[in-house]
Write a protein that binds this ligand. Structure first.
Ligand code: MSP
Length: 548
């Protein structure tokens, strides 16, 4: 039977600037969801990319003396570089200036026209130039006729445009949201969407007129009307379809998760689904909008100069490792409805507690004892399964099942916490059974290493350490989506069977105590280097070396 498919996307980011923490964060969240799904044996397609036809790309390119495409090429390359630095595992990186995308956009617009869902008319509205977006009267009023994102004043604009009959799909969309409580998450965000939907849906422009201004030349032409170009947001939303609209990839549709932040939820939870209904396509299963990274409670912005840009993240990676940065962002980030502050103190605290003193210390403690007392050969648990009231096969299974349920519900923080908690239980077990004391009572090791049977103390010690190592193997597996480099080191050192991505197995099988991936008694287990060196809380935050 082929593995079930899964399709996860990130927003495609504007290429007017280089990536920063926000862009890396959403892509990281998606990467971790993807890695969990791959561990569960799914056949996953992970898409990310860049949105290049925005007017601000033209403007910032001009400021740097470059044509729009030169500027887009340069910043798209910065994204590719940042993603490699962060260890993302996307299957494709789409750019909206690519021919494969542009030709599909024209095809989709033609299809909507043929269905009677696109018409030409006059449009007057409040335009947010900083976001390339018209706002409804209600939103414009609520935000005091200023951009809710940047605070810049809104402008009244009238233009002749092509319109999409969004209003026609209002009732169907509402019914879909009601029937699928997990379509928009978190709930706080869904309620905002529902609140705005109560105002009713107006048709939305899907084109912009081409004028003499340079910026207005940039974009995909409307089919059969070279005086208009496709509105950048409509162009961008189509990327999710255009990237996989090939015979080999089509079966991945519909998306399992569209991940993003709250700023662009309306486009994804309202406009996009209605466009898909008009195209007769099934809808995404989950549209997930997390909150923002902020600094000292304030929005990050260029003007405040308080951005955590990619160079800052790189400085953290250089000092603390890429896994450390991934782990901090994931566990302390704005995954739910609330914004999160980036804090150096918190970074060090979490790094020490969960990584250096957590999984790192537990694996090195157990690895060291196996090296010392069993000559680096994996001991055997013999029949001694339930040491000191710990039924490890069941304990491991419980954590793994909970992690799976959480990862499936897109509660990635919750899923990772299962790995952390399992490692903590191993620590507690070591403290309760005191294998280091037991080791003092051992008879000398017979020539040839790990063989037991003659010394009951050695058998018991072997059992304790085997339980610990198996539980830590499972904990490492649960943490591996967040800390892939450290996990790979543990698996390598301990001679674990690799869990192949998308191989049709389940995470439950892979993590199972005594299963096909379990540690094999008698095989070599290398101590290895410490996974994470404890960080000094007194050390000041790392400083970025470069800038553009
Ligand atoms: N190009 C559009 C998206 C089109 S998708 C069809 C766009 N681009 S963007 O470059 O502005 O990226 C917005 C996204 O970047 C947010 O939705 C979020 O994923 C991420 N973030 C940008 N700033 C952020 C924070 N401060 N905090 C968390 N994520 C944020 O909108």
């Amino acid at each position: 039977m082929p593995a079930p498919r899964c399709y996860i996307t990130t927003p495609i980011y504007y290429v007017n600037d280089r990536p920063h923490i926000g862009h890396c964060y959403t892509t990281l969240v998606a990467d971790v969801a993807v890695r969990f799904q791959r561990l569960m044996g799914k056949d996953v397609f992970f898409l990310t990319g860049t949105d290049e036809h925005a007017d601000k790309v033209v403007a910032s390119g001009a400021e740097h003396g470059m044509t729009p495409i030169q500027w887009a090429d340069r910043n798209a390359a910065e994204y590719v570089k940042a993603y490699a630095l962060m260890g993302f595992t996307h299957d494709d990186f789409i750019r909206t200036t690519q021919e494969r995308h542009k030709s599909k956009v024209v095809e989709y617009i033609r299809k909507l026209q043929a269905a009677g869902d696109i018409y030409k008319g006059d449009y007057t509205g409040w335009y947010d130039t900083s976001q390339d977006e018209y706002l409804t009267e209600t939103v414009a009023k609520e935000s005091n006729y200023k951009s809710p994102v940047t605070g810049k004043p809104l402008a009244q604009r009238t233009e002749q445009n092509y319109f999409f009959r969004l209003s026609k799909y209002e009732a169907r969309l509402k019914a879909h949201i009601d029937a699928n409580p997990l379509f928009i998450q978190p709930d706080a965000r869904k309620n905002e969407v529902l609140g705005r939907l109560r105002d009713g849906l107006l048709d939305v422009p899907v084109s912009r007129a081409i004028t003499a201004e340079a910026a207005s030349q940039w974009g995909i032409r409307m089919p059969d009307d070279p005086a208009h170009r496709v509105y950048v947001w409509i162009d961008a939303l189509f990327n999710y379809l255009s990237a996989i609209d090939t015979p080999e990839r089509r079966a991945y549709w519909p998306p399992t998760v569209h991940a993003m932040a709250k700023d662009i939820l309306w486009f994804h939870a309202v406009i996009w689904p209605c466009m898909l209904m008009a195209l007769d396509e099934p809808l995404p299963r989950l549209v997930y909008a997390h909150a923002y990274w902020v600094r000292d409670g304030r929005k990050m912005s260029k003007s405040l100069g308080n951005f955590i840009d990619i160079d800052v993240l790189e400085a953290y990676i250089t000092r603390y490792s890429r896994d450390a940065v991934r782990y901090y962002l994931l566990t302390q980030g704005p995954m739910g409805a609330n914004d999160a502050d980036f804090s150096h103190e918190k970074f060090v605290e979490v790094f020490n507690a969960d990584l250096a003193n957590g999984i790192g210390n537990a694996t090195s403690r157990v690895g060291n004892m196996i090296a010392k007392y069993f000559d680096g050969a994996c001991p055997d648990a013999q029949s001694n399964r339930g040491e000191a009231g710990h039924d490890w096969p069941s304990i491991i299974a419980e954590h793994v099942e909970r992690a799976i349920a959480r990862a499936d519900a897109f509660d990635l923080t919750g899923a990772l916490a299962e790995g952390v908690n399992l490692a903590k239980r191993v620590d507690g077990y070591i403290n309760a059974t005191e294998p280091f004391k037991l080791a003092k009572t051992l008879a000398p090791l017979p020539p040839g290493g790990a063989g037991g049977g003659l010394d009951p103390a050695r058998d018991r010690l072997g059992a304790i350490l085997y339980h610990c190592a198996e539980a830590l193997r499972a904990a490492t597996l649960l943490l591996s989506p967040a800390i892939p480099d450290a996990a790979a080191a543990v698996f390598r050192n301990w001679n674990c069977q690799p869990v192949e991505a998308g191989a049709g197995h389940t995470l439950a099988q892979a993590a199972k105590y005594g299963g096909e991936h379990s540690l094999v008694p008698g095989t070599a287990m290398v101590k290895g280097e410490a996974l994470f060196m404890r960080a000094d809380p007194a050390e000041t935050a790392p400083v970025a070396k470069t800038g553009l």
